[in-house]
Design a protein around this ligand. Structure first.
Ligand SMILES: Nc1ncnc2c1ncn2[C@@H]1O[C@H](COP(=O)(O)OP(=O)(O)O)[C@@H](O)[C@H]1O
Ligand SMILES: [Mg+2]
Length: 224
């Protein structure tokens, strides 16, 4: 999936004040690339990823997906693209606490109507990919933080997305586990040819990205 933003801007109004959370961002993300967006807390990373992930709409500017202007897409179309073509990874994992690892990974497949058999077989396969074949029937509270994030990555891969959008995926992890999670995302990028976008305040962990951008006060600059 190729994504292009043109003068992307998101303004929030709270009371009488106005926050320009994303300010005129022009970004081109080529297919199968590993992109990092770094920036301190409050710089606009989550707001930018919510726009790119079609979870929010810009105040100004546009987002193109494979050269198609998404501004005309209705909510049903956005939801469908998110579910079928995008995968999401969050800082605090967002696993459903009452479901086991395998059930969490099956969920996105259930939502698109895959058969029980396919859900189960594919979820098992994905948990093996992330190194958790022996944790299939554990619930989130029975897992370490790193294991929870691996389950979340397996879940993000469930419908074989073209892009993975990860918002501070290592924010809760110690540095060794953080490195393992970034390595896993890099492997997903290489082996599945999926585009990966990682937002982080920790520049060190994304040195391996194809391109690194930095956000400050909603403005994006190319770093390397
Ligand atoms: N829903 C919202 N309403 C009002 N202000 C918001 C909202 N979401 C984010 N902001 C503001 O926008 C700025 C960027 O926030 P955010 O995108 O969460 O940054 P980051 O993810 O880099 O920490 C911050 O100043 C934040 O307070
Ligand atoms: Mg954030």
């Amino acid at each position: 999936m190729e994504i292009k933003t043109v003068d992307l801007t998101r303004i929030f109004h709270v009371g009488n004040s106005k926050v320009i959370a994303v300010n005129g961002v022009n970004l081109e993300i080529d297919e199968a690339k590993f992109i990092a967006i770094t920036g301190p807390s409050g710089s606009g990373k989550t707001t930018l990823l919510n726009l790119i992930g079609l979870n929010d709409r810009p105040t100004y500017g546009k987002i193109f997906v494979d050269e198609e202007d998404t501004s005309s897409w209705n909510n049903a179309k956005r939801r469908k693209v998110r579910l079928l073509r995008m995968g999401f990874v969050f800082q605090t994992f967002n696993l459903l606490p009452t479901l086991t690892s395998i059930e969490n990974v099956e969920l996105p497949m259930a939502l698109v109507g895959k058969s029980r058999k396919e859900q189960n077989e594919n979820a098992m396969k994905l948990l093996k990919v992330v190194g958790l074949a022996n944790r299939m029937h554990h619930r989130p509270k029975e897992l370490s933080m790193g294991e929870m994030q691996r389950v979340a990555i397996a879940r993000a891969l469930a419908n074989n997305p073209e892009i993975i959008i990860a918002d501070e995926p290592t924010g809760e992890l110690d540095s060794k586990t953080a490195k393992e999670i970034v390595d896993l995302l890099a492997e997903v990028n290489r082996q599945r040819k999926a585009t990966v976008i990682v937002a982080t305040h920790d520049e060190k962990i994304v040195e391996a990205a194809d391109k690194i951008y930095s956000l400050k006060d909603g403005m994006l600059t190319f770093k390397s």
